[in-house]
Design a protein around this ligand. Structure first.
Ligand SMILES: Nc1ncnc2c1ncn2[C@@H]1O[C@H](COP(=O)(O)OP(=O)(O)OP(=O)(O)O)[C@@H](O)[C@H]1O
Length: 253
């Protein structure tokens, strides 16, 4: 595994009672890149994420992270290596403030447990870092607001801040712009670009305009297997990719 590769899968496969959802997928994620996983509904994108984070056990094949075989490692150990999934695992606590949410995430990272109902003093060691993280995602001015009261796009920014608190090296983003209006999409794209500066990002994203603007490499999955890979120009000009997408649209119509 070359030093520019942070994560590599070899023949990664997942079967569910005889049905192959992920079929011999060979992924290579370049360190420092923003890599997209796209494909029609049911292509296996979410299952790949679940395999990489160990949320699901691998049926066959291997996952190597920075050269180590992590295929059969526990989810906690994999997370401690810095492979962190956002927008699902890092659910926020609606009735805590924006600031408290980030502080809890920092505490979680430190104690690797959920004993976060700590004495105020124990938590206050994280105050400065919490504020710094909030500033970095543009939420400095909303620190005292309850998470539940944030507009949708800002909630996503908070989720990013709580994920960043775990110091991810490889960040997995699950449809970061899903359900967003134009303005929020622009804001979240800006944030992703910013947080990508010091890490690697793998994202599942249906919005192809977002993918074309953000991602260096795109892997297209179809029925569990890789259909095409390359930069946006390459995959969007690929006849098989066009057909897969048009086929999916025709089915949906
Ligand atoms: N736990 C499971 N048991 C059985 N089949 C499953 C399970 N999870 C996923 N599948 C099947 O595996 C295939 C891939 O699903 P997956 O959710 O990974 O696709 P996806 O590309 O993420 O789709 P979408 O874009 O709709 O989220 C689908 O046919 C799905 O029905």
């Amino acid at each position: 595994m070359g030093s520019d590769t942070i994560l590599e899968t070899t023949d990664l496969t997942k079967t569910f009672s005889g049905f192959t959802a992920v079929n011999k997928v060979n992924l290579r994620i370049r360190r420092g890149s923003i890599h997209a996983l796209i494909g029609p509904n049911g292509a296996g994108k979410t299952t790949v994420f679940n395999l990489l984070t160990k949320f699901l056990p691998v049926s066959s094949g291997t996952i190597r992270y920075r050269g180590d075989d992590i295929t059969h490692e526990t989810p906690a150990k994999t997370a401690r290596r810095g492979i962190v999934r956002s927008f699902q695992i890092s659910a926020t606590f609606p009735h805590l403030t924006v600031f408290q949410n980030v502080r809890v995430a920092l505490q979680r990272r430190q104690s690797a447990s959920f004993e976060f109902w700590r004495h105020e003093k124990a938590l206050s060691v994280h105050d400065a870092r919490a504020m710094e993280l909030l500033e970095s995602v543009g939420l400095g001015g909303l620190a005292g607001v309850k998470a539940v009261e944030l507009p949708y796009g800002r909630k996503r920014a908070l989720e990013l801040a709580t994920t960043l608190a775990l110091e991810p090296e490889l960040m997995l983003l699950d449809e970061p712009t899903q359900g967003m209006g134009h303005e929020d999409v622009g804001q979240v794209m800006g944030l992703i670009q910013k947080v990508a500066a010091h890490r690697t990002i793998l994202m599942v994203e249906h919005n192809l305009s977002v993918v074309s603007q953000l991602c260096d490499t795109i892997t297209v999955l179809q029925r569990g297997a890789i259909l095409a890979e390359g930069d946006y120009q390459t995959v969007s000009n690929d006849a098989r990719v066009r057909e897969a997408y048009m086929g999916a649209e025709a089915e949906a119509a």
